[in-house]
Design a binder for this molecule. Structure first.
Ligand SMILES: [Zn+2]
Length: 285
């Protein structure tokens, strides 16, 4: 599933390819997406130009003229690419936006948990974001608010980290990586973390995602950036997907457990169950 670093990579790839192009037409497939494209939007996008592209948490926002925008969520397996219009058409392609200059913006999604919406006016976008309750990204999270959210929660810290309403951007991969870096066991109750542990975890979450962005994100199966090129960060993961391999820091074998129905990878040497034993106020290299 694309997490924040993958979505950021898509945005950065698309920016030089997309900004300034005019939307000429759109064709959409018959299969329904989680965020379905309405046929009535076809006519409304014609002639609008792309002014900017950015994101909010894991939503991609393509800013158009006339205060309009496309709002895209990649769901589990979404791919948003800008390619020459004669490029071969892959299966599971649901939307093709024909652009000026002989290009197309394509939305492909095998599992169809994502999609593209059309919005006009800032208020419509804001309303949409309110409906999904997004917490701040790690870099923008207020330290005191973060500590307070942890202290108020009896859930496993891993579950809290992937809850987008508390902190946005982390999914299964980067939550595991952040917990390993901060030296915190994923099953610990959030409220059991000391203040230095909570602070170290927030810092680690920001660091692992910055490094992943620098590596163009993690490609495990379907993810590609906006130009169609995959990520490289899968080679730098410390624990995620490395069950049975030795920890690069302490040499103990990485194990996988289930927490709230999701698999969690951690090192029993670096990530003790004991409060304050590891992690503390340091972010390990
Ligand atoms: Zn270790």
């Amino acid at each position: 599933m694309p997490e924040l670093p993958e979505v950021e990579t898509v945005v950065r790839d698309l920016r030089p390819l997309l900004v300034g192009r005019v939307l000429l037409d759109v064709s959409n497939g018959a299969k329904r997406l989680r965020y379905p494209w309405k046929p009535t939007w076809n006519r409304r996008i014609r002639g609008l130009s792309v002014e900017a592209i950015g994101r909010r948490a894991k939503f991609i926002i393509v800013g158009l003229t006339q205060d309009a925008s496309l709002l895209i969520h990649l769901g589990m397996t979404g791919q948003l690419t800008c390619v020459p219009d004669d490029e071969i058409v892959a299966d599971h392609l649901h939307l093709r936006f024909r652009l000026s200059g002989g290009f197309e913006l394509r939305y492909r999604d095998i599992r169809r948990f994502g999609g593209v919406e059309f919005h006009t006016g800032q208020a419509s976008l804001e309303k949409r974001f309110e409906s999904v309750a997004l917490g701040p990204e790690p870099w923008l999270m207020d330290g005191d608010n973060w500590v307070a959210s942890l202290m108020a929660s009896s859930r496993a810290i891993k579950s809290l980290l992937i809850d987008q309403s508390t902190i946005s951007g982390l999914g299964n991969i980067y939550a595991d990586e952040a917990l390993h870096r901060a030296g915190i066991h994923p099953a610990r109750q959030a409220k059991s973390l000391t203040r230095p542990e909570s602070t170290a975890l927030l810092q680690a979450a920001g660091c692992v995602m910055e490094e992943a962005i620098a590596g163009r994100g993690t490609t495990l199966r379907d993810y590609v950036g906006g130009s169609g090129l995959g990520g490289t960060h899968q080679h730098s993961l410390a624990v995620y997907g490395r069950e049975g391999e030795p920890c690069s820091r302490c040499g103990l074998i990485i194990i996988r457990i289930m927490i709230a129905g999701r698999s969690s990878h951690f090192c029993p040497g670096c990530q003790s169950q004991d409060i304050g034993k590891r992690g503390g106020n340091r972010v390990l290299p």
